[in-house]
Design a protein around this ligand. Structure first.
Ligand code: HEM
Length: 485
């Protein structure tokens, strides 16, 4: 009897909630949804990128996507997307960020909102200006050279999975950049590997929980796994903070980096059980600052291996502007306009952050159509699909860096191209990512010819980052220059 009552009440609750949501979203097209499972009755729905691509073809640039009982509004219309990303009062980072992302990122820069975000962005933003990053060019060049000698040279001539190379390299660079931590030291190699793998796994798990609307119950094995990773990383950060505090007490010379700034800013929270804010910031920047750039490098290598003609053009441009390949300076990098287009084109075809989303704080009327987006709606913006849309790009699947010669700077956003986001929540690390991407590309293309593995095709899935499940295979052959003979 009791069970019957519970079942009937739940059934009535689910159906009425479902009907209520259906009414709220009736002005929007979208695939048929069912109570409880939404669009997930379709076996293609979990392959979100492909599924949404087919929905765009059927329903246009704005439509509903029901993940279980949660209706999301998918928007790919560039002008509307720009409005959503700039109006940070109406469209905030909602529970997907503040509850799901937050399991890893706490209340760091990616997940915070309002005043806290504003203050933190001002505090950390100065480390990501071009002028500040320029101070680290020598370090980025040195780390790249070291990694090429350690990891690439021994594998020349064989098919290699280049993913580990880029993940380790970007962690080494970000470790030195943000907190003077040297992950290349033998005693830190194991930790570096664990951080690399932990961030990759975490990105995959959190990304799928967000996109599939899976709750974050702490008894779920996947969430237990993420919590273990967070615990491990926090323990490591704790040691770094202790070392740093000791060094700061011993010496009057203060390095001006993210970690020392956070320590000085949170002096009254330095007791080991009060370091949560510092952990959140370091965990956020460490994860966002190396996993993204690593995948950027991977997809760049993959595309270049498949396009020898682009490698040749890069070399032609480098020959004109680079004088010393060991230490590449900003004034040289800024002249490499074709190389910059190559990086843009890599990010277009492999959009490292495939989805961003926002939640409405009030009803929003779309000016052009007068449709009303109800309050508390999750809006999903699939940047990866916009970047491959034939409504926005000519021959969207072609790797053609030249297309960016005409649409640099602000024009690219008008075009609907914003691989680093748009508006006040745009990526804080874009200058660093581009600098790293340029230096890695210059050094690799100068020293090697890249070839594809003819049997390999990346299996792309959407985590927080765009992940290749089966790595990235390429073959490198050493280039010989007259000066070497
Ligand atoms: C190729 C490399 C990268 C790509 C494609 C990328 C992409 C993005 C995108 C699309 C966003 C906006 C997310 C949103 O609007 O919800 C973002 C935000 C962010 N990124 Fe990156 N990113 C990259 C590298 C980096 C690096 C090197 C850092 C260094 C710490 C970084 C730190 C951040 C942070 C802290 C935010 C949040 C900014 C805020 O909300 O104020 N990213 N990134």
């Amino acid at each position: 009897m009791i069970i019957n009552t519970i079942l009937t009440t739940s059934f009535i609750f689910i159906c009425s909630h479902y009907l209520f949501q259906q009414i709220r979203f009736q002005q929007f097209k979208g695939p048929l949804s069912l109570p409880l499972i939404g669009n997930l009755y379709d076996p293609k729905a979990p392959f979100v990128i492909q599924y949404l691509k087919s929905c765009i073809e059927k329903y246009g640039s704005i439509f509903t996507f029901w993940v279980g009982m949660k209706p999301m509004l998918v928007v790919v219309e560039p002008q509307l997307v720009r409005k959503i990303l700039t109006d940070t009062k109406t469209f905030i980072k909602g529970p997907d960020y503040t509850e799901k992302f937050a399991v890893v990122f706490g209340e760091g820069l990616v997940t915070s909102n309002g005043e806290r975000h504003k203050i933190d962005k001002i505090c950390l933003g100065r480390f990501f200006t071009k002028t500040h990053i320029e101070k680290y060019h020598t370090m980025i060049c040195e780390e790249t050279d070291k990694m090429i000698i350690e990891e690439l040279i021994p594998k020349v001539g064989t098919i290699m999975n280049i993913q580990d190379f880029f993940h380790l390299l970007s962690l080494r660079i970000f470790g030195k950049f943000s907190m003077e931590k040297d992950y290349s030291l033998p005693e830190n190699k194991e930790i570096a590997k664990k951080i690399n793998n932990g961030v990759k796994t975490g990105s995959n798990i959190i990304g799928s929980h967000i996109i599939m609307n899976i709750p974050m119950f702490s008894f779920f094995p996947s969430i237990q796994k993420v919590n273990k990773i967070v615990e491990y990383v926090d323990k490591h950060i704790n040691e770094i903070i202790n070392d740093k505090i000791q060094k700061m007490n011993e010496s009057k010379i203060r390095e001006d980096n993210i970690l020392s700034t956070l320590i000085l800013r949170h002096l009254d929270e330095l007791a080991e059980d009060k370091r949560n804010t510092i952990y959140d910031h370091i965990r956020t920047t460490l994860a966002a600052g190396h996993d993204t750039t690593a995948f950027f490098g991977c997809y760049m290598a993959y595309l270049l291996a498949n396009h020898p003609e682009v490698q040749d053009k890069i070399r032609d441009e480098m020959k004109v502007h680079i004088t010393d390949y060991k230490s590449i300076i900003e004034s040289e990098i800024s002249k490499l306009s074709y190389c910059y287009c190559v990086l843009q084109e890599v990010l277009r075809l492999y959009t490292i952050i495939p989805f961003v989303n926002r939640t409405t704080t009030k009803n929003y009327v779309i000016e052009e159509t007068q449709q009303v987006i109800p309050t508390n709606t999750t809006i999903l913006i699939p940047l990866t699909l916009m970047n491959r849309s034939d409504k926005i790009w000519e021959n969207p699947t072609l790797f053609k860096p030249e297309r960016f010669l005409d649409i640099l700077g602000h024009n690219s956003a008008k075009h609907g191209y914003f691989p680093f986001g748009y508006g006040t929540r745009t990526c804080i690390g874009s200058n660093l990512a581009i600098t790293e991407g340029m230096i890695m590309m210059i050094k690799i293309v100068h020293q090697f010819n890249l070839y594809p593995d003819p049997t390999f095709k990346p299996e792309i899935i959407a985590g927080i980052s765009l992940i290749s499940k089966n790595g990235i295979n390429v073959r490198l052959e050493k280039r010989v220059y007259e000066s070497d003979l």
